[in-house]
Design a protein around this ligand. Sequence first.
Ligand SMILES: [Zn+2]
Length: 310
Amino acid sequence: MQPWLLVLVAAFGSIPACAADSDPSRADVKALIDRMKTDGASIPAASPSAGTPAPLACPDCSVLPVVLVASDLSEAAASDGVAKFVTALKFVQAWYLSQTGKTFAILPAETAASNLTAGRWIALSCLTATPDERTHNPPCDQRHFNNGRPQSRYGYYQEVEQEFKAKHPGNDDQKRRFIIAVFAGDQPNVWLGAADGQAYAVAAPRSTSVSCPAFKDDPSGADPLCRDSVYGIAHELGHSFGLIHSCEQNLYPKVGCENSFMQAKHPPGMVMLDGERELLLKNEFIHLTTLDENPRRTTIPASSRTEFGL
Ligand SMILES: [Zn+2]
């Protein structure tokens, strides 16, 4: 399956077509996309929900954060990275609540040992960049590229998905969305590679190296690195909940699309379009009305993992 590209990345190349899939949570969007293909770009504006039934309530539907720990780093060393990742995810959870009145549930974070070293993960993240951009990213090692040309701009995402599936076979539970990041040490400047492919939303290594404030204390996100981490997670989760890029769709009005989290806007000022809000509120993963509700425990079989409190 072709993953979605983070907009920061997509700006340097073509954006993949929406992946056709059978995910029920994307049924509304997929039906409209199918209609758009059939009818041309004449989808009636602001009526993406017309005629579609409300989804069944799903109190068990939750987001599971997972951190893949580079093979040359210990899970103990990663504990700080996991805690940082959770701060950004909780910020995003609260931001969704502020925008829609509902949000997603988060399960306790898990870790899994990766097969790749930190250096290899950094190189994979850098594959997403253009050669020019790599020269401005010190962690990007040119030796990992073929004559300055990327091997695959999806390399980071593809490796994360492959490793996670191998460690959790059969993990296609429709009640889970996974937000997965790599811990490659303290790497706040390794920021590329985020993407989404249905159940798997993948965040860049930066997201395990940057702390964010509580949303209620500072909705701006304060630190620019936190703001980027929050944007990446909010955006990729948005894809996993069925949203597509705000300015590149004809499902709902695009006015102000450049300020949307589903385009390239970071906090502060990152907004949700009315059409995006409408679609999210029909998604069975967006069901929590407060941040105090306790999500149920994951049912994933234990396999070289450690759980961390939220
Ligand atoms: Zn995207």
